[in-house]
Design a protein. Structure first.
Length: 101
């Protein structure tokens, strides 16, 4: 709902050569939160699909123990957003979008 934030995050540079590809739930995923967020929002913005598979994003958004998100567990939205912003800020630290958050 904040187009300026969305577009700046979509154009943030992600070095694909440094992203690890890991298998989770019988699919291979790129283990990078910013990349997965860009992919998710890219599909929502540009495709004509009725749904988007958020599995890659859930895999890249790790819990406090470094495990992929447990999609069956509900958590506080403010806690999620604080952790999400902190992790995105860390990943964008060496990019032109370092002050986005």
């Amino acid at each position: 709902m904040v187009p300026q934030f969305r577009y700046l995050l979509l154009k943030a540079f992600v070095d694909h050569s440094k992203i690890e590809v890991k298998e989770w739930r019988n699919k291979k995923h790129m283990d990078n939160l910013v990349y997965q967020f860009q992919r998710l929002f890219g599909y929502l913005e540009l495709s004509e699909r009725d749904t988007v598979d958020g599995t890659g994003f859930c895999f890249a958004y790790k819990d406090h123990d470094g495990e992929p998100t447990k999609i069956s567990v509900q958590c506080d939205c403010q806690e999620f957003l604080n952790i999400f912003f902190d992790r995105v800020e860390t990943q964008l630290a060496d990019t032109s979008q370092k002050y986005l958050i």
